[in-house]
Design a protein around this ligand. Structure first.
Ligand code: ATP
Length: 228
């Protein structure tokens, strides 16, 4: 479903953040991308949600080449994604409810439907009580939960979650993973980055480990390398 073929991404500073990465994620898979801070995890996610300017190599999603998409095709592609940005990226002057409903608004849902969807998503993430707050009135962990609610509100085909467990206590982090796993059980392809393996379940998970922009192992349960 998602295929990176020999992808390179260098920043103007000269840093080679993504160094010849090839990765295939099948439809309905749940993949963890792990690695130390600065390893290149977010850069890979940015490439996938089209936030990274010039990169080399090919990225195919359902056979479509991201670089060859027109502007309107990219817009439709983004609508198929639920994204949790590393720094939450909530609109500062909109309530939690409005932030959560935003992807439904972009899809053209009427107000009643998008508020219903936002209420349900906030219920799932346990943030209902804070629905009328502004982002500045939330803790870091609550911001992550709002970002998660926004990411799941449209029941997306693909979720790209960049450090969704950061700033969360153990119980909240486990709950975030539970929600992402439930989305995955219902058919959503999920890619999660994390610099800590603390919360990754030990059983039957695919973990792609990045170091200095390269994949150094790709396997299940910390198993043997597939693509390194
Ligand atoms: N906009 C940018 N301009 C220049 N260098 C950048 C930029 N963004 C990231 N980098 C560099 O690219 C490398 C990879 O960064 P990236 O954010 O992808 O890593 P990461 O694995 O997500 O790290 P973290 O876990 O700390 O978020 C790092 O050396 C970083 O300093």
């Amino acid at each position: 479903m998602i295929e990176l073929k020999n992808v390179w991404k260098a920043y103007r500073s000269g840093v080679m953040a993504v160094n010849n990465v090839s990765l295939h994620v099948r439809q309905g898979e749940f993949v963890y991308i792990t690695g130390n801070s600065g390893a290149g995890k977010s850069s890979i996610m940015k490439i996938l949600y089209l936030d990274a300017a010039a990169f080399q190599g090919e990225v195919l999603v359902c056979g479509e080449n991201l670089q060859e998409m027109s502007g309107i095709e990219q817009t439709y592609y983004r609508r198929r994604l639920g994204i949790i940005f590393q720094d939450a990226c909530l609109l500062p002057n909109r309530s939690v409810m409005e932030n959560t409903a935003l992807p439904a608004k972009i899809l053209g849902e009427n107000k009643r439907t998008r508020m219903k969807k936002a209420r349900e998503a906030l219920e799932i993430t346990g943030l209902s009580e804070k629905r009328f707050c502004l982002p500045c009135e939330l803790s870091g962990g609550e911001m992550k939960k709002a970002a998660l609610a926004r990411a799941i509100v449209n029941n997306p085909e693909i979720i790209l979650a960049d450090e969704p467990m950061a700033n969360l206590d153990k119980a909240s982090a486990e709950k975030v993973l539970m929600i992402l796993e439930e989305m995955n059980r219902r058919g959503t392809t999920v890619i999660v980055t994390t610099h800590t393996k603390e919360f990754i379940p030990k059983v039957n998970n695919r973990e792609v480990v990045i170091e200095n922009g390269r994949i150094i192992s790709d396997g299940r349960n910390g198993g043997r390398s597939r693509e390194a």
